[in-house]
Design a binder for this molecule. Structure first.
Ligand code: NAD
Ligand code: UDP
Length: 343
C-alpha cells in the first residue's frame, strides 16, 4: 500500500513510519520539520533498510501539499502534522487553528483532487475535556478546555463531514491518551525542542542530568497517592494501532472515533518509581502547586479499539520507561544535528 504521512518525522510519526516500512508499505513523508529532524527519517531508513520519499513542506501551503499528494498518488493518508502544546495554544491560537484546522482542510481538498478517500487522523483524548465519568468512552461529550483541544475537535468535525459527503470515504479518528516511550532500538524517540511540557520527557531529562529536578504538579488530587493519574500508551503500541486503523479503513467506510490507550491509570509518583527502576538512579522531585487546567484522572475505555481494529496495548509501564531510558541515555541531546544525519 502507498501511504502519505504528514508529520512523519515527528515523535509518533517516525515510530509509525518504521512500522509501515517494516510491513513493506511505500511511504511519502510530508513535514516542515517545525518540531522534528530529518535525522529521524535517516534512522527509520537505517532501521528498516527501506527507502522513504521525503518532501519538506508545510500543510498550510495548499498548492505544495496538493502537488505532493498528487505526485505520490497514495492509497491512504495518515495525518500527524500539527502543533500540540496546550500552553502555547493559549498564546498563539491562530497559528494552532491555521495549522491544525486549515491544514486538515487543505489535506482533505488535496485528497479529493488526487482521488484518495482513506485517512487516519491524530486526535487526542483532550477533546473530552473534564471527565463526566471514567473511563472515557467514545460517546463521552466533547468539551475541550483549551485552544489546542478545540482545534482537534474542529478537525474531527471537518473530517467527519468530509467522510459523510464523500462516497466510499473512510476516516479513523484516533484519540490518543498519553503516548510515551521509544523504539526498542534506542535510535528514535521523543526529542522536545524546548523545556518538555509532558511528564515522561521531563523525567527522562532529569534522569540523564539535563534538568535538576522534576516538579510534581500537585499531590492533593483524589487519586491513590494524590498525584495525577493518566493512561500512558507505549508509542510502539500506538504505531501498531495506526497500521490496524489503515487495515480497517480498507474494509469499512464512514467515520469512527476510536480511543487509543491501555485502559489503566498510572499516577505521577508511580511513573517516577518505574523510571527510577528502569534507569537505576534516583529522580529528584519536589511537590509543586497544581498546574492550571489539569484533571485528577484520565483513562480510556478500550473496547471499541479491540472490537473495530482488533488492537490492544501489549506493552506496560516498565517497557515504556526502559525504552525511554535507552533512547535518552544513548541520545542525551536528542537528534543533535551537529553529530551528523544518521549518526
Ligand atoms: P511532533 O511535534 O513530534 O510531530 C508533529 C510533526 O508535524 C512534526 O514532525 C512537525 O515538524 C510536523 N509539523 C508541524 N507543523 C507542520 C506544518 N505546518 N506542516 C508540515 N508539518 C508540520 O508531535 P507528535 O507527538 O508526534 O504528535 C503527532 C500528532 O499527534 C499531532 O497532531 C498531535 O497533536 C497528536 N497528538 C499527540 C499527543 C502526544 O502526547 N504526543 C497526544 C495526542 C495527540
Ligand atoms: N506532570 C507533573 N510534572 C511535569 C509534567 C507533568 O507533575 O513536569 C503531571 C501532570 O500534572 C499530569 C501528568 O503529569 O498529572 C501528565 O502530564 P502530561 O503533561 O504529560 O500529560 P497531560 O496532562 O496532557 O495528560
Amino acid at each position: 500500500m502507498k501511504v502519505f504521512v504528514t508529520g512523519g518525522a515527528g515523535y509518533i510519526g517516525s515510530h509509525t513510519l518504521v512500522r509501515l516500512l517494516a510491513a513493506g508499505h511505500d511511504v511519502c513523508v510530508f513535514d516542515n520539520y517545525a518540531n522534528s529532524s530529518p535525522v529521524a527519517l535517516a534512522r527509520a531508513r537505517q532501521l528498516t533498510n527501506r527507502e522513504v520519499v521525503a518532501v519538506e513542506g508545510d500543510i498550510r501551503d495548499s498548492d505544495a501539499l496538493a502537488q505532493s499528494l498528487a505526485d505520490f498518488a497514495p492509497d491512504a493518508v495518515v495525518h500527524f502534522a500539527g502543533l500540540k502544546a496546550v500552553g502555547e495554544s493559549n498564546d498563539i491560537p491562530l497559528l494552532y487553528y491555521q495549522t491544525n484546522v486549515t491544514g486538515t482542510m487543505n489535506l482533505l481538498a488535496a485528497m479529493d483532487a488526487a482521488g484518495c478517500r482513506r485517512i487516519v487522523f491524530s486526535s487526542s483524548a483532550t477533546v473530552y475535556g473534564e471527565a463526566q465519568y471514567l473511563p472515557f468512552d467514545e460517546e463521552h461529550p466533547i468539551a475541550p478546555t483549551n485552544p489546542y483541544g478545540r482545534t482537534k475537535a474542529m478537525a474531527e468535525g471537518v473530517i467527519r463531514d468530509w467522510a459523510t459527503a464523500t462516497p466510499d470515504a473512510s476516516a479513523v479518528l484516533l484519540r490518543y491518551f498519553n503516548p510515551v516511550g521509544a523504539h526498542e532500538s534506542g535510535r528514535i524517540g521523543e526529542d522536545p525542542q524546548d523545556t518538555p511540557n509532558n511528564l515522561m520527557p521531563f523525567v527522562a531529562q532529569v534522569a540523564v542530568g539535563r534538568r535538576a529536578r522534576l516538579s510534581i504538579f500537585g499531590d492533593d488530587y483524589d487519586t491513590r497517592d494524590g498525584t495525577g493519574e493518566r493512561d500512558y500508551i507505549h508509542v510502539v503500541d500506538l504505531a501498531a494501532a495506526h497500521l490496524a486503523a489503515l487495515e480497517y479503513s480498507a474494509r469499512a467506510t464512514g467515520c469512527e472515533a476510536i480511543n487509543v490507550g491501555t485502559g489503566q491509570g498510572i499516577t505521577v509518583k508511580e511513573l517516577v518509581a518505574a523510571y527510577e527502576a528502569a534507569c537505576g538512579r534516583p529522580i529528584a522531585a519536589e511537590i509543586a502547586p497544581r498546574r492550571p487546567g489539569d484533571v485528577a484522572s484520565s483513562y480510556a475505555a478500550t473496547a471499541k479499539a479491540e472490537r473495530l481494529l482488533g488492537w490492544q496495548a501489549a506493552l506496560d509501564v516498565d517497557d515504556m520507561c526502559r525504552s525511554s531510558w535507552k533512547w535518552q541515555s544513548e541520545n542525551p541531546q536528542g537528534y543533535d544535528a551537529t553529530t551528523g544525519a544518521g549518526a
